[in-house]
Design a protein around this ligand. Structure first.
Ligand code: NDP
Length: 413
């Protein structure tokens, strides 16, 4: 029988592998292998048909030793508590890898926003916010967008929170529209951060962008920006995909044209001048860089041996299972893990929060320069750690992060 995928067990396995390698104190292991708290809520809303529908929602706090909890909110039919727990744990490590003073959290609602009207999404978001009102706050837990949530959803959360407190608290969520305390550069930040990691990985391998090809799975907020940024660097984007399928052209695609086609038609599929390809086949294309930028559990023990990429830059959270990773490491594939590769979003979320708390806003070039510096430093910290411990980049990133979190726990005692 096929094993059902449990993202939290996967996150724990990754954590325990690094904990063992670094001889982490058993007490710290016991603290960090579980989340500190988890909230489960029922969210009743009146649908457009007049019927009441009840949705399940979660918010998980993994650890706040280094600062307030921070993490996105996902609206997706496959959300589970185990998934949200995994994503919250990954946030703890991610914030520590890039050295920003936050802990890890995540939220999710089991729903299909593609089948909901704007009014229904607003009602759902406001009710979900009310149910977790004591769980979030600018010095407690700061949500942000994730899969199928956006700046509008963040605006509703901020507005609902502010109705409750009676204050204008901009810093309760990040990823907001610019008009209400959002930051320049937040929208593109995860894709830009991922591109910095790819750029440094190419330097590490002494490869030139103009001789490099990339394949990107997922063409949402992260995927399309990553494609555009890599294209600007000179990398040839040979295939991209979304939930409806993929497109492939070995001569290269123009990601800006693909994005405007998707904006018009709802999918990358059907883009002229490219062959249609399935998401599964796309992962197996011969390419230098493969960037999974959709969901977890896409590179598994079933397809890992067929992957031909030299570098995997994990834009999505948890795209590679531990079983797949073992196979890929044996094939000398370099895997730059999610907790490093997609940290650009939380870095600029941190900038947004700092600006909101100060009521003083920065210019875009300042944001880009600071993001670039932080991502580059984090990349080489992970490389150094991998060399020191003679280990893979994921374990190295975990060791780096766990050390920071463990130190914070110890100093508080
Ligand atoms: P979006 O909702 O903007 O985009 C998700 C993309 O994935 C869409 O293009 C969607 O297709 C595609 N997709 C969904 N299901 C599948 C599937 N089965 N096969 C192929 N593609 C699929 O989300 P984000 O871009 O924000 O997030 C993507 C990943 O990046 C997630 O893992 C998220 O946790 C991670 N991440 C995002 C950050 C951010 O700042 N946005 C920060 C850090 C991590 P379609 O367009 O057809 O719906």
């Amino acid at each position: 029988m096929k094993k059902t995928f449990n993202p939290f067990l996967m996150a724990q396995e990754q954590f325990l592998k690094a904990a063992k390698k670094m001889n982490l104190d058993e007490n710290i292991i016991n603290i960090l292998k579980e989340p500190q708290e988890a909230l489960e809520v029922s969210i009743p809303i009146k649908t457009d048909s007049g019927k009441v529908k009840v949705f399940k929602g979660y918010r998980v706090h993994h650890n706040n030793a280094r600062g307030p909890y921070k993490g996105g909110i996902r609206y997706h039919p496959n959300v589970t508590l185990e998934e949200v727990k995994a994503l919250a744990m990954w946030m703890t490590w991610k914030c520590a890898v890039v050295g920003i003073p936050f802990g890890g959290a995540k939220g999710g609602v089991v729903c299909n926003p593609k089948q909901m009207s704007r009014r229904e999404k607003e009602a759902l978001t406001r009710e979900y916010t009310r149910r977790m009102i004591n769980f979030i706050g600018p010095l407690k837990d700061i949500p942000a967008p994730d899969v199928y949530t956006d700046s509008q959803v963040m605006a509703w959360i901020m507005d609902e929170y502010n109705k409750y407190t009676g204050n204008t608290t901009l810093g309760v969520v990040t990823g907001k529209p610019l008009a209400i305390g959002g930051s320049e550069g937040r929208h593109a930040s995860t894709g830009k951060g991922l591109t910095v990691v790819v750029q440094e990985a190419l330097k590490y391998l002494e490869m030139k962008p103009e001789n490099t090809t990339a394949v990107i799975q997922g063409y949402g907020n992260l995927g399309h920006i990553a494609a555009e940024e890599m294209y600007k660097m000179g990398i040839k984007i040979i295939a991209v995909s979304d939930s409806k399928g993929g497109i492939y052209n070995p001569k290269g695609l123009n990601p800006l044209k693909v994005e405007s086609f998707k904006q018009k038609t709802g999918s990358v599929v059907g883009f002229p001048d490219a062959k249609k390809i399935t998401n599964e086949k796309l992962l197996q294309l011969k390419t230098d860089v493969l960037a999974p930028c959709a969901l977890e559990n896409v590179i598994t023990s079933e397809n890992a041996s067929k992957i031909k990429a030299k570098i995997i830059a994990e834009g999505a959270n948890g795209p590679t299972t531990p079983e797949a990773e073992k196979i890929l490491l044996k094939k000398n594939v370099l895997i730059f893990p999610d907790i490093l590769a997609n940290a650009g979003g939380v870095v600029v979320s941190y900038f947004e929060w700092v600006q909101d708390m100060q009521g003083y806003f920065w210019e875009l070039d300042e944001i880009h320069a600071k993001l670039d510096k932080i991502m580059t430093k984090a990349f080489w910290n992970v490389v150094d750690m991998a060399e020191k411990h003679k280990t893979d980049f994921r374990t190295a990133a975990y060791i780096f992060a766990i050390q920071k979190v463990a130190e914070a726990i110890e100093k508080r005692e």
